[in-house]
Design a protein around this ligand. Structure first.
Ligand SMILES: C[S@@+](CC[C@H](N)C(=O)[O-])C[C@H]1O[C@@H](n2cnc3c(N)ncnc32)[C@H](O)[C@@H]1O
Length: 165
């Protein structure tokens, strides 16, 4: 079974299954991002939209990308915000966003499925664009985060280590 097929199957229960990693990620993402204000966020691997409503609050617009139609459909059922657009696309190919169109890339619990991370970073760089990213970013925190799509990994690992003693 491919990763895409597995997520399509999981989509029915992804939000309700016991999953401490998912729950911790939601908490850490909220704590990390809730004070930002962005013009445009690209969320890759949005899944069922667990973090998308938060992004819709802190950004003028959000492009939420996932290659699973079923996961995306679940997200669309839950999120009707005018400033969120969903796109079904594989982020190991060219992302459906223009050069320098985003000031933050958000990516949670996705990169473990991607073999060639250098392509992901090159697309993130293309979509962000360094000069424009600096102009559009309204806080120092966002500037620190903009080239770190997987920034939540370290806080999550630290907390898991603490919980597991
Ligand atoms: C563990 S879920 C995480 C979903 C969401 N980010 C969250 O934190 O709940 C991983 C998601 O990444 C998506 N995904 C994995 N590989 C992908 C790829 N190459 N392109 C687009 N989406 C991908 C899957 O379809 C799935 O929805």
């Amino acid at each position: 079974m491919s990763v895409k097929e597995a997520y399509s199957e999981w989509s029915a229960t992804y939000d309700v299954d016991r999953n401490l990693t998912r729950d911790l990620d939601r908490q850490v993402t909220r704590e990390s991002l809730e004070h930002l204000h962005c013009k445009s966020i690209v969320e890759i691997g949005c899944g069922t939209g667990k973090n998308t409503p938060l992004l819709a609050k802190i950004a003028e617009k959000v492009l939420a990308i996932d290659f699973s139609q079923a996961m995306t459909d679940k997200a669309k059922e839950k999120i009707q915000a005018d400033n969120v657009t969903f796109s079904v696309a594989d982020v190991t190919g060219e992302w459906p966003c223009a050069d320098q169109s985003a000031d933050l890339i958000v990516c949670n619990l996705v990169l473990e499925h991607v073999a060639d991370l250098s392509f992901i970073f090159s697309e993130a760089f293309r979509c962000l664009g360094s000069t424009r990213a600096r102009k559009q970013t309204s806080s120092a925190k966002a500037r620190q985060l903009r080239f770190k799509p997987s920034y939540t990994t370290y806080p999550i690992l630290q907390r898991l280590q603490k919980r597991m003693g």
